[in-house]
Design a protein around this ligand. Sequence first.
Ligand code: 13P
Ligand code: SF4
Length: 308
Amino acid sequence: MTLQEYENEILKLKKERNAIILAHYYQESPIQDLADFVGDSLELSRKAASTTADVIVFCGVHFMAETAKILNPHKPVLLPDLLAGCSLSDGTPPAQFKKFREEHPDHLAITYINCSAEVKALSDIICTSSNAEKIVSQIPKDQKILFSPDKNLGAFINKKTGRNMTLWNGSCIVHETFSERKLIGLQLEHPDAELIAHPECEDHILARAEFIGSTSMLLKYVQTSPKQKFIVGTEYGIVHQMEKSTTGKTFLPLPPEANCACNECPHMKRNTLEKLYLCMKNMHPQIEMSAELLERARKPIDRMLAMS
Ligand code: 13P
Ligand code: SF4
């Protein structure tokens, strides 16, 4: 089928099934263009919590679709490729996380949404990159906190809030590849460009950024900034919306150290238009989990939604 034929079929199926297509900014551009809503993790969770559609089609990675299912236990939640994982989630096995908690019995566990449902169920409060600071700030100063799984986001929030949260040793394979050496070269070549970065980047990159925020916050920043040129320190898929919603602005990808396409999330890019079409046609693959896990994982997500 041609691109146009896939798009037509997907829109037809969307109507027939009364489905909503939710997409993250790191999805390939044709998927973002077809989606009913494109957003960051927090916005996608809120949208999943409020939708009246009968079927949720989630174009993102597994933990995001799982969150949509936890918020909609009675609705089918489709994910075009069930193997669309995340290095942060995959690097946090529930048994090891449970042990981590047991080793720190007096700590509250605030956990980044990039984790499995099992890890969510073992956590006290979930957060995303756009509400982590707000959530941590609401916790009494004398309460010790475990922050998992992203050590870079955790260190960034420690700095912002003056806390000393104990961090799980996890990181994102995309955001940790950015090269400070190449960044400096790019800044010399483009002295008028501003670096904007996602808090999953390492500290030496964040230290050079004009603005740090979630994907949606980065998008809003370039839309409202009087600057014309930006070096984008996050997965390059976000540039599609940046280019669509601004005129005459230039977006330069922050290069990884190796000569590779490592600033593309290989998990996010597992979803394709063809797989999106097939999952809507076959109503498969779907996110499945036990009622017991759904219930346990929901509590810390509800706490996040109430606090943010
Ligand atoms: P956002 O919530 O900022 O969209 O981040 C999600 C993510 O996976 C970043 O790598
Ligand atoms: Fe996970 Fe990193 Fe991909 Fe985001 S970019 S989904 S944190 S692997």
